[in-house]
Design a protein around this ligand. Structure first.
Ligand code: NDP
Ligand code: GDR
Length: 327
């Protein structure tokens, strides 16, 4: 039986990855902060069935608790480590990004150093992001596209990527990097735009009222489905050689498309309920972030299975069911 460590197991991807690895027969260990564990134990983690976590071995370690990371890695041998924990919100001002940079870079470096010392044979997955391309000069982007991050988050992910690449090339560790584009699900945190929209559509359709304030509704992204993308993470670590892979659908949609799909599915006209405000605007993007996933498809057979429309409608259905339970 293979043993895997997932950092960030209380997040969206951590949940789906744990579920997927358990279905493959793995022994799954998860790293979470104490508050996350309390939420699991008290059944307070929004929308997550506690049974999933009862099947995992959970360890309370904050990313900045280096002795705690060290103790964990020196005491349990892992076959695979999926490093998903991170401050993951992009839309903060660069000047406010200290915590993001500190959290994301130091934890990645520390985890790699500890693994290299105690179990250099453990395969390491780094959760890279399309935000590493930031403001690219071409679309779609692929593994050769130059990195040009434009946020504290993007900068932290480029640094993590270079750390992983260095441990691969200089120390011979198996470090695989997934450069993942946006991926969503009913477990997406509410500050991200898809979930913000599906929650609002469900709330208004079930009589909760209110208006939805968004930033630029013309902003476009390459949105995929989280359960599809955790399969890609596993494929990357189980490939013959450690490599970097773009994971994307290659299809662009706008924020307005999400509104149209979500509100129509809830029986509403989005134009009557949504307004744009400068508070949520970000820097204008000339070239859209959309990925060419040819390498991972050719080398591992991975491809997305759920469409944008199916995913958004499923998110609205899940939020409607929640609203009805609450009312
Ligand atoms: P989430 O924000 O849903 O989850 C982040 C996880 O990291 C949570 O479990 C969170 O714990 C944990 N975490 C954050 N800070 C700390 C800390 N100081 N100590 C311990 N744990 C911490 O992210 P996703 O699941 O969506 O994403 C997973 C990874 O993939 C992230 O690295 C993200 O940057 C990256 N990524 C995500 C994409 C997406 O579209 N979802 C696309 C590309 C990359 P807690 O519950 O306590 O907050
Ligand atoms: P992103 O996701 O920044 O791409 O990061 P987010 O959902 O926050 O934004 C997507 C796009 O929507 C536009 N937008 C708004 N975004 C938010 N959050 N709120 C709004 O009101 C709003 N209005 C318009 C944004 O400008 C942007 O263009 C996610 C995270 O999961 C990262 O961790 C990950 O690395 C990247 O995806 C790939």
């Amino acid at each position: 039986m293979k043993r895997a460590l997932i950092t960030g197991i209380t997040g969206q991807d951590g949940f789906y990855l744990a579920e997927y690895l358990l279905s493959l027969g793995y022994e799954v260990h998860g790293l979470a902060r104490q508050t996350g564990l309390e939420h699991i134990r008290g059944n307070l983690l929004q929308d997550v069935p506690p049974e999933l976590y009862q099947r995992c071995h959970l360890h309370a370690v904050n990313l900045d608790n280096f002795p705690g990371l060290y103790r964990l890695v020196s005491s349990i041998p892992f076959d695979e480590c999926y490093h998903l924990a991170a401050s993951s919100f992009v839309g903060e001002r660069l000047a406010d990004g200290y915590q993001t940079i500190q959290n994301n870079i130091a934890s990645t470096h520390y985890l790699l150093a500890a693994l290299n010392e105690f179990q250099p044979g453990c395969r390491f997955y780094f959760a890279g992001s399309s935000e590493m391309f930031g403001r690219p000069d071409k679309a779609p982007q692929d593994e050769q596209t130059p990195m040009n991050p434009r946020s504290a988050y993007g900068i932290s992910k480029v640094a993590g990527y270079h750390l992983a690449r260095n441990y691969r090339e200089s120390m011979g560790m198996f470090c695989g990097v997934g450069i993942l584009y946006n991926h969503e699900s009913p477990r997406r945190r509410p500050e991200f735009v898809t979930r913000k929209i599906t929650l609002a559509a469900a709330r208004i359709a079930t009589g909760g009222g209110g208006r939805l304030q968004l930033g630029n509704v013309e902003a476009r992204r390459d949105w995929g489905h989280a359960p599809d993308y955790v399969r890609a993470m596993h494929a990357i670590l189980n490939h013959d050689e450690p490599r970097d892979f773009v994971v994307a659908t290659g299809i662009l949609h706008s924020v307005a498309d999400i509104c149209e799909t979500a509100f129509a599915h809830a029986g509403l006209d989005w134009r009557e309920h949504v307004e744009s405000t400068a508070d949520f605007y970000r820097e204008e993007e000339q070239v859209p972030l959309t990925g060419n996933a040819e390498r991972i498809t050719q080398e591992t057979g991975w491809r997305p299975t759920v469409t944008f429309e199916q995913m958004i409608c499923a998110m609205v259905d899940a939020d409607m069911a929640r609203m009805r339970t609450l009312s």
